[in-house]
Design a protein around this ligand. Structure first.
Ligand SMILES: [Fe+2]
Ligand SMILES: [Fe+2]
Length: 177
C-alpha cells in the first residue's frame, strides 16, 4: 500500500484563506468533501465521495495552474511539480481504496486534505498570492487609465489590438478562475 506523507491534521479556517475568493472557495470545498467521509457507513456512498474528491481536486489544480499561467508566474513549473505529486497520491489512494476499510479511507482522505493539502496552501499556494494580487492591481489600474474605445482606436493606444479589433483593448486577461 502506498503511503501519504504524515502531516499534523488541521481543519479549514479563515486562517488559511489566501484572499482570492474563487481559490478560497475551492480549497474550502475540498475540506468539506474530506470531512464528509467520516461516518458515511456505506461503501457505495464512500466510493462516490472519493471519486468526487479526486475530480474536484483535479479541477482545482487545473484552474490554479491556468490562473498562474495567465499571470506568467515565474515559479509555475515548480508549483506544477507539487501538484503532480498530489495527483500521484490521489491516484495511489484510488487504487488502494479497493482493499481498504471505510475507516481507513476516511483516515487517508483526511491525511491528504487536512495534512498534505493544508500545508500546501499555507506554503506553496501562499507564495503565489502577492503575484496574483499585483497582476490584478495592474489590470485594474490599466482599466482606469484606458481611454474610450473610439479614442483608443484613433490614437493607437497600446492596449488596443493591432488588427483594429477591440478584444486586445484590455491587454491583461482575468487571473482568477
Ligand atoms: Fe497549488
Ligand atoms: Fe490550491
Amino acid at each position: 500500500m502506498s503511503m501519504t506523507p504524515a502531516y499534523p491534521k488541521a481543519f479549514w479556517s479563515e486562517a488559511i484563506e489566501v484572499g482570492l475568493p474563487a481559490i478560497d472557495g475551492q480549497h474550502k470545498r475540498l475540506f468539506d468533501l474530506a470531512a464528509s467521509f467520516r461516518g458515511e457507513g456505506d461503501q457505495i456512498r464512500v466510493m462516490k465521495t472519493l471519486a468526487t474528491l479526486c475530480d474536484y481536486t483535479n479541477t482545482h489544480l487545473r484552474e490554479e495552474e491556468a490562473m498562474l499561467q495567465a499571470i506568467a508566474y515565474p515559479d509555475l513549473s515548480e508549483h506544477k511539480q507539487h501538484h503532480i505529486r498530489f495527483r500521484r497520491m490521489l491516484h495511489d489512494f484510488l487504487e488502494d481504496s479497493r482493499s481498504m476499510t471505510l475507516d481507513e479511507i476516511a483516515d487517508r482522505a483526511e491525511a491528504l486534505i487536512n495534512g498534505w493539502f493544508y500545508q500546501h496552501i499555507l506554503t506553496v499556494d501562499a507564495d503565489y498570492v502577492p503575484a496574483v494580487k499585483a497582476y490584478e492591481a495592474r489590470k485594474h489600474a490599466l482599466a482606469l487609465a484606458r481611454p474610450p474605445l473610439s479614442v483608443a482606436r484613433d490614437t493607437g493606444w497600446p492596449g488596443f489590438g493591432s488588427d483594429g479589433l477591440s478584444p486586445a483593448y484590455n491587454p491583461l486577461p482575468d487571473a482568477c478562475c
